[in-house]
Ligand binder design. Structure first.
Ligand code: ATP
Length: 756
């Protein structure tokens, strides 16, 4: 890879569009370009332009105070520029940069309003993309690819940490460093995300637990309800169908009794007709008997009416009793437990005889409450089944009247029998018939009595059935219909035990109480969210492990490469040092975290300030994450340089003379160039402090290194200029604008002149 051209417009003194072209490399070496010109003509601005387009962010290195300082600020003859733009075109046919373009142009543009952009072959890109690409091609933009004016000994006066950045470039580990940096940032973000997700998890966990408890109570409630429904279906099914069967039998008996009565009545009517026929014949003969019989029948009718009345009264009394029984509702167990508890509590605390009056009153009150509770618990409540006293009185009166009527009838029968005996011979037939009639009427009475009893029974069963329907509807709701329409396959034994179980289950349900069904929905949602967050935690932990693995791999690569290259640089450093100084010794030393901390301490800088202090109280979370990332800190913190010119004792770098410092720096940069050549290097007056013989040595080194790197040298030095293949002269116009004149030295040798 090599530079083909630089185009500058609006950048510092290069107000107008200026292009600097470079010669392509030959098979032996890369041509050296020298930039010459008077002081202040803008040569260093050219170096700044290259540094800037490569992504330099340091205003200090760019010799400005604010970013707009790089834009041409105008002169007496020319107004200021609206923007600065520098494009660097490189030949990438050898694929040094891993993208498919054979020619790559990197452009940086900055407008006065502060907007800036980076372009890669005219497409907008991020600075990091450019940095990574350059690092992959081994262009160290911050360090040795552009060595600014007066910056040659910068490497010597900089801190060990700054030097480390320089050597990261030099050892070619920068691409890994960039990737590593990104991985560490990613790791930090992932740790932050993990902390957030874990916090969310911690927040929803208590709610989830509470919801889970409620949901399981709801499930328990469901189970109990299912069991209750089953037992209710069995119990009420059994009750319903047993009652239905009984009702059926009573109905049939009643119908039969009714038929019997009808039949007997029909027979009675026939018999009466026959008796009436005989009576008509005897009418005139015996009106006395007839009157007697007439009176007898009247009494019989009276008796019938009385019986009917009596039956109605009995029926009413019975129905009152049945209703009271079926309306009796058992007191809920919870209430019973509460009342018994409250009665027992009432007895507590009555210990002192001083309160004897209170004790008496309390005992009386508790006795009365106990007896009320007992009455409520008895089934049926005896208070409730007392029939209406009026009805009872009426029934007693009716029964009293009936006794009288029966006596009256007996009297009539005795009189009639007396007639019968008297007129036995003449009236045998009629008397027999009348006897038969009486017998038939007695029979009818018997049947009527039976039918009345059956009717009372029927009413009783029907009332029970209604009560059962009410109870079933109340407890079973819609399920009751099914139970009443399907006869159970199996009979139910021990119905009482089943009823007890039903009561127990109802009590349990009462204890569990009602639960909002929305809870289940919320539980499900919270559970799914919890599961999702849990999954996220797993994913994030996996991502952390993966990223940590990547960092470890990169660390290994960095370490291996750095170790190998660092050793070579050290060797070459010594070689060039000796070459430039004609002897002496030098060494590069890696400093660990502890070494740097010690050094900082001796400088009065605490390690806390150097590495951790962010100027504000770190929050717990950040501190935690920082702790987790600690192990991923680079173990090598800085680089120390030791240099002893020949015949001198090893002394601190800042005690070296200006020239010695320049020579040491040149030796170091040359060593790096030799081991890890940058495709191009701009050296801005690095030879300024060298004496003549050292300038010649430097020129020799430059020639040697130009085998692998393309050099652009800003110089006032003749010996250096002599090494150049192309020379650009920079001049400053009256308008304060830099101008370029290119001089191909080969052309000059061939008699040509400089051209603009
Ligand atoms: P020397 O040989 O003395 O090192 P040089 O050729 O390297 O000189 P530079 O440092 O490149 O000179 O140029 C400095 C000049 O550029 C100064 O005169 C300065 O005023 C001018 N300059 C710097 N920034 C701007 C700018 N934004 N607009 C216009 N002129 C600028």
């Amino acid at each position: 890879m090599h530079l083909t051209k630089i185009e500058i417009q609006g950048f510092k003194t290069f107000a107008k569009k200026t292009t600097l072209s470079f010669l392509p490399p030959t098979t032996e070496r890369c041509p050296i370009t020298a930039v010459v010109g008077p002081n202040g003509s803008g040569k260093s601005n050219l170096a700044d332009a290259i540094r800037w387009v490569l992504g330099e962010q340091s205003l200090k290195l760019l010799r400005g105070k604010q970013s707009e300082d790089v834009i041409f600020s105008g002169s007496e003859g020319k107004g200021r520029a609206g923007f600065a733009e520098v494009s660097l075109t490189m030949n990438n046919e050898d694929g040094s940069m891993p993208i498919e373009y054979g020619s790559i142009t990197i452009t940086r543009r900055l407008f006065r309003d502060g907007t800036s952009e980076y372009l890669l072959n005219d497409s907008k890109v991020r600075l990091t993309d450019i940095q990574l690409l350059l690092a992959q091609a081994n262009v160290g933009q911050r360090s040795y690819s552009v060595v600014g004016q007066g910056m040659i000994d910068h490497i010597l006066i900089s801190t060990p940490e700054e030097r480390k950045a320089f050597f990261d470039d030099a050892t070619g580990v920068k691409p890994y460093q960039i990737k590593r940096h990104e991985a560490v940032l990613k790791l930090k973000r992932t740790h932050e995300n993990l902390a957030d997700v874990e916090m969310l998890l911690r927040e929803i966990e208590p709610r989830l637990r509470s919801l889970k408890r409620q949901a399981s109570r709801l499930e328990q409630r469901d189970e109990i309800e299912q069991s209750l429904h089953l037992q209710e279906a069995q119990y009420y099914g059994h009750g319903w169908w047993t009652l239905a069967d009984q009702l059926d039998i009573v109905k049939k008996d009643f119908d039969r009794a009714d038929l019997d009565i009808k039949r007997e009545r029909a027979e009675l009517v026939e018999q009466e007709k026959a008796a009436d026929a005989i009576e008509v014949v005897d009418e005139k003969e015996d009106t006395g008997l007839m009157k007697l019989q007439e009176a007898y029948r009247n009494v019989q009718r009276k008796q019938n009416a009385l019986r009917q009345d009596q039956f109605q009264t009995e029926k009413e009394i019975e129905l009152t009793r049945v209703r009271a029984q079926s309306n009796w509702a058992p007191l809920p167990l919870l209430k019973i437990v509460e009342e018994v508890g409250s009665i027992t509590d009432g007895l507590k605390g009555l210990r002192s005889l001083k309160d004897i009056e209170t004790i008496y009153t309390t005992i009386d009150e508790l006795l009365s409450r106990s007896s009320t509770l007992r009455k409520k618990l008895e089934r049926p409540n005896p208070e409730d089944i007392k029939p209406d006293p009026k009805l009872v009185q009426k029934l007693a009166d009716l029964k009293g009247q009936e006794v009288g009527i029966k006596q009256e009838l007996l009297d009539f029968e005795t009189q009639i029998d007396a007639y019968a005996t008297k007129e036995k011979t003449e009236r045998t037939e009629l008397i027999e018939m009348q006897k038969a009639l009486r017998e038939k009427q007695r029979q009818i009475h018997l049947f009527e009595n039976r039918r009345n009893e059956l009717q009372i029974n029927l009413a009783r069963f029907e009332e029970r059935q209604q009560a059962l329907i009410r109870e079933m509807n109340e407890f079973m709701k819609d399920r009751a219909v099914e139970v009443r329409s399907t006869r159970p396959a199996e009979p139910l034994n021990q119905a009482d035990q089943v009823y007890q179980e039903i009561q127990r289950l109802r009590y349990k349900l009462e204890l569990i109480g009602g639960i909002d069904p929305e809870i289940l929905k919320e539980y499900e949602e919270t559970r799914v969210r919890h599961e999702f967050l849990d999954g996220q935690v797993d994913d994030l932990k996996k991502a952390i492990r993966d990223t940590e693995k990547v960092i470890v791999e990169l660390d290994t690569q960095i370490e291996q490469q750095s170790k190998a290259v660092f050793g070579k640089i050290n060797k070459e450093f010594e070689h060039y040092f000796k070459l430039l100084f004609g002897g002496g010794s030098c060494r590069l030393v890696k400093l660990t975290r502890e070494d740097v901390e010690e050094e900082s301490l001796s400088d009065g800088v605490t390690p806390d300030r150097a590495f951790a202090d962010t100027g504000e109280e770190a929050r717990d979370k950040e501190a935690e994450i920082a702790k987790k990332l600690e192990k991923h800190q680079d173990p090598v913190m800085g680089i120390d340089i030791q240099a002893t010119p020949p015949g001198k004792k090893l002394k601190a770098l800042n005690l070296l003379s200006g020239g010695e410092r320049a020579l040491t720096s040149i030796a170091l940069i040359s060593a790096i160039m030799a081991v890890n050549p940058s495709p191009f290097v701009l050296l801005d007056e690095v030879d300024a402090a060298l004496d003549e013989s050292n300038t010649v040595r430097f020129a020799g080194i430059l020639q040697e290194l130009s085998k692998n790197s393309q050099f652009i040298v800003v110089t006032h030095n003749r010996a250096t200029m002599e090494q150049a293949d192309v020379m650009y002269g920079v001049t400053m116009t009256d308008e304060g604008i830099s101008q370029l004149i290119s001089v191909h030295l080969e052309d000059i040798a061939n008699g040509a002149t400089a051209r603009r």
